[in-house]
Design a binder for this molecule. Structure first.
Ligand code: NAG
Ligand code: NAG
Ligand code: NAG
Ligand code: NAG
Ligand code: NAG
Ligand code: NAG
Ligand code: NAG
Length: 809
């Protein structure tokens, strides 16, 4: 016996660092009565006392990640992580955690009290009760000091910290206080206070402990106790004997399961179970069986940051019911390991010396849907238009976020720091957060600059077409009626356009009128293949903003044909199409007058520094799809767009997607489904049949939509030769590979919101792969596409679109 123990101790010494890491001390013996005079030291063989079963230990254990600092604690001793359920805290006002060095000592003194002394012999902690005859670590997890008559003088169960165990009962006045983070035992930001009228959960200010208004409570009347009974029920009892449940728990026996309930660092009170033996009900880990409150993200504090830190926002993840704090775009955590500290701006805040023009040049408002910071308003305007609201925020150096409610035309400005941030389906609000514009995007001619920026890209583009030499000429002359209309509005001049201007009948303008409206064609919005687009403003009462396209390559078109086609386009009316307001057909001059889209084209948002929110991207994809359904199926004459690409998707002030430039397509009669009209599309977005001299159907738009859908999912262009990995240069191949491996998450890496919605991401990728089928007849119609995106129909696994190579290389 002696020999055996000797060996064990030698082993313990040899393996000391290892054991310290595991904070285990296997050489101590389970013992029932700890006699007066017994002591523990962190690095000796007796660093803890075990309960008879060995399930629990009381003693010294190293602070996670710091082997020179120890807690005096009670922990589960048989499970791998040795979860701490109690730790000594100072009894003074601040109730801070007691952490001591390796040469400290705990003694059960002859006066019958626990005394913790530092290396100099100074007492740093005691249990404040004397007169015990012995101590014991019980199998319930309660460490008790008992008098000689067996009565309890002091126990950890009546001095709880952040965790309670089965059979533990709290009385009014007792509190649980969360840790700051799971590895730092300092006082955290949440408190459960048991009062005579119920159990109340409070956010508290750190470090003062000041209590804000409670965020959850379980009422009681003349409450006597909070009980965690051995069947796993947690409830409070009222004076007349009624019980009010806190958690519904699960009936599990304490023979088979370890159980605990902890006020976690995120403010959620969770009940956990851990199977003692291998079980097919639960994994060998702590599983949450219930938690309160149901959604802590909706808790608000009048003062303070709320559940997450300042400037961040809170989400309850549906996959695991965990609380997550996120930073808005162009903000990042002050401390990744301590997210409660909040988010900081990654940019120079707007200087108050900036004049209006510069403010609008340098900053933009990015929409975030289903997000709100309800407590940060500092100014309100009503009635007001949305554009005016955004403008007023943009030019105000105090304004961090603008919110517009179109129900009552009210505008709010919010200031820093933003508090009580929340995102969720229940939040019916789109806020606009102010961030700097991307410097690289200042150029007005996005299209040409991207081509210049990457020569390889250009070469790929031209070789693609030169390789199919017969097409070159067709491309040059195929710039038909409306050409590439690329409306990029960098200046974002606020428009005072009212919704009523959208129902103007198609109007015939004189050239002089348009010359005046555009101040002699001064402000260029974009340059397309068929002409230049200018910004203008009508002289009507509303001062309606317009985009005027001057077509300059239209020798062959007769006046009559022009009028016929324009009238056809003018008859289209759909939320997701850019509205043609009028035209000018005077002598040689052909001009088209469109409604002005204050947010420019999709590509400037999609591939810029600011990642559009996932929810918004989903809305954009649905909008484009619906616009195409209308063109393909709901017009009296079917319209095939033939050049669907992000530059042709414009965004209005509400970030609604609007397809532009659909005049590029020859208008097709619905009975005439196939036509050979030569290539009209844009490299990277064109369907393979363009290269095959086969008939062109509406399915070419379905193909292009598939490409855009992938770009919306992953926020990167279809062709990106700057990517290091060969197999990721073409998005369509890469997405196909990811889908086949069941790893669509790679496509949305770093996009927390999308990651939370992985099922939707996967569905969207599957729809995109269907759209990209080489055989046009295999591609779904746009109507079918909208149904698949909505999740209304089951999507069969898409066939491997082996056509990628032939269509893109
Ligand atoms: C470990 O704890 C000691 C005392 O509490 C502290 O001085 C030291 O900085 C800590 N070390 C680390 C790595 O956190
Ligand atoms: C523990 O001590 C008490 C008296 O303090 C005694 O009655 C009891 O029998 C002891 N138990 C054991 C297992 O030694
Ligand atoms: C609490 O109990 C008292 C008397 O027992 C009663 O008058 C009072 O209405 C009760 N309050 C609630 C909230 O039930
Ligand atoms: C625990 O509480 C529940 C609900 O009050 C009760 O049904 C159950 O019998 C209790 N279990 C024990 C062992 O007392
Ligand atoms: C106890 O009081 C509550 C109201 O405070 C009442 O609803 C309940 O019926 C009472 N229960 C008993 C057992 O008297
Ligand atoms: C143990 O802790 C690690 C890190 O803290 C965690 O990832 C793991 O899930 C825990 N294991 C159990 C069984 O709880
Ligand atoms: C999340 O919590 C809800 C409500 O308590 C529960 O119905 C659901 O099963 C939980 N989800 C997961 C993944 O645990």
């Amino acid at each position: 016996m002696f020999e055996l123990r000797q060996t064990k101790e030698q082993m313990a010494l040899l393996l000391l660092p290892f054991f310290l890491l595991l904070s285990s001390s296997p050489s101590v013996q389970a013992q029932q009565n700890i006699t007066l005079g017994s002591s523990l030291t962190p690095q000796s063989s007796t660093s803890s006392w075990l309960s008879p079963s060995g399930d629990f230990a009381f003693g010294f254990r190293p602070v996670d990640g710091n082997t020179s600092s120890y807690l005096l604690a009670v922990w589960f001793n048989k499970i791998s992580n040795m979860t701490v359920v109690w730790y000594a805290k100072n009894t003074e006002e601040d109730a801070s955690v007691v952490q001591v060095s390796s040469s400290s000592r705990l003694q059960l003194t002859s006066s019958g009290a626990l005394s913790l002394q530092d290396p100099t012999g100074t007492e740093v902690w005691n249990n404040q009760v004397v007169g015990a005859a012995h101590a014991a670590m019980l199998d319930s997890g309660n460490f008790v000091l008992a008098a000689s008559d067996g009565s309890t003088k002091w126990e950890t169960f009546k001095n709880p910290v952040d965790t309670i165990l089965p059979s533990q009962v709290l009385n009014p006045g007792m509190k649980l206080r969360s840790r700051i983070i799971s590895t730092d035992y300092s006082n955290g930001r949440f408190l459960l206070d048991l009062q005579t009228d119920g159990a109340f959960f409070y956010p508290v200010a750190v470090p003062s402990g000041y209590q804000y208004d409670s965020y959850w409570s379980v009422p009681g009347n003349d409450t006597t106790n909070l009980v965690f009974n051995v069947s796993g029920m947690i409830y409070i009892t009222s004076g007349n004997g009624t019980q009010n449940k806190i958690t519904s728990g699960v009936i599990t026996s304490i023979e088979d399961y370890y159980q605990r309930a902890t006020l976690d660092p995120d403010g959620v009170f969770r009940q956990y179970v851990y199977p003692k033996k291998v079980s097919n009900l639960y994994p060998q880990a702590w599983s949450v069986t219930d938690f309160k409150p149901p959604n802590i993200c909706s808790a608000e504090t009048k003062v303070g940051s709320g559940i997450c830190g300042f400037n961040s926002y809170c989400t309850l993840e549906v996959t695991n019911n965990q609380t997550t704090c996120l930073c808005p775009t162009q903000y990042s955590f002050i401390d990744e390991g301590r997210k409660y500290k909040g988010c900081k701006q990654d940019f120079q805040p707007q200087s108050c010396d900036l004049d209006e023009a510069d403010a609008m040049m340098q900053f933009q408002l990015v929409p975030m849907s289903h997000v709100d910071w309800p407590q940060s308003d500092y100014e309100q305007y009503s009635p007001i238009t949305k554009d005016q609201c955004q403008h007023l925020c943009l030019i105000d150096c105090f304004c961090a976020v603008a919110v517009f409610n179109d129900g009552d035309n009210t505008c709010w400005k919010k200031k820093m720091p933003l508090s009580n941030g929340i995102i969720g389906d229940g939040v019916q609000r789109t806020v606009f957060i102010k961030v700097p514009k991307n410097k690289g995007q200042q150029s007005e001619l996005i299209d040409s600059s991207t081509w210049k920026k990457d020569k390889k890209y250009w070469i790929l583009g031209s070789s693609l077409f030169l390789g199919s030499s017969f097409l070159v000429n067709i491309i040059l002359i195929s710039v038909l009626l409306f050409g590439t209309y690329c409306c990029i509005n960098r200046k974002k001049v606020p428009t005072l356009q009212s919704p009523s201007s959208l129902v103007l009948p198609l109007k015939s303008f004189t050239y002089a009128e348009l010359e005046k409206a555009t101040s002699r064609f001064q402000e260029v919005l974009g340059t397309g293949a068929s002409g230049i687009v200018y910004k203008g403003q009508l002289q009507d009462d509303l001062g309606t903003c317009i985009a005027v396209k001057k077509i300059d390559k239209l020798e062959q078109e007769s006046e009559k044909e022009f009028a016929v086609e324009v009238q056809a386009v003018g008859r289209t009316h759909h939320k997701n199409l850019v509205r043609l307001l009028g035209f000018c057909n005077e002598g040689k001059e052909r001009l088209l007058v469109y409604e002005f889209m204050s947010n420019g084209s999709l590509n400037t948002f999609l591939f810029g520094d600011v990642r559009l929110q996932w929810n918004l991207r989903v809305q954009l994809a649905l909008g484009v799809a619906r616009g195409l359904v209308y063109l393909h199926e709901e017009c009296s004459t079917q319209i095939i767009h033939c050049d669907i690409k992000p530059q042709n998707i414009l965004l209005d002030g509400n970030f609604t997607a609007k397809i532009s430039d659909f005049g590029l397509a020859k208008l097709l009669r619905t009975n005439q489904t196939q036509t050979n009209t030569g290539i009209r599309g844009t490299r990277g977005y064109v369907a393979p049949e363009w290269f095959k001299n086969t008939g062109i159907t509406a399915k070419v738009d379905v193909y292009s939509f598939g490409v855009i859908l992938l770009e919306l999912i992953s926020c990167r262009p279809n062709v990106d030769l700057g990517v290091a990995e060969e197999d990721q240069k073409i998005l369509a191949y890469w997405a196909n590979d990811c889908y086949r491996c069941g790893r669509v998450d790679i496509l949305v890496e770093g996009d927390d919101e999308a990651i939370c919605n992985l099922k939707v991401v996967e569905r969207f990728v599957a729809v995109a792969l269907w759209c990209l089928q080489e055989d046009p007849t295999m591609r779904p119609t746009m109507l079918k596409v909208t149904q698949m995106l909505d999740g209304g129909v089951v999507i069969p696994p898409p066939a491997d679109p082996s056509s990628f190579v032939s269509s893109l290389r």
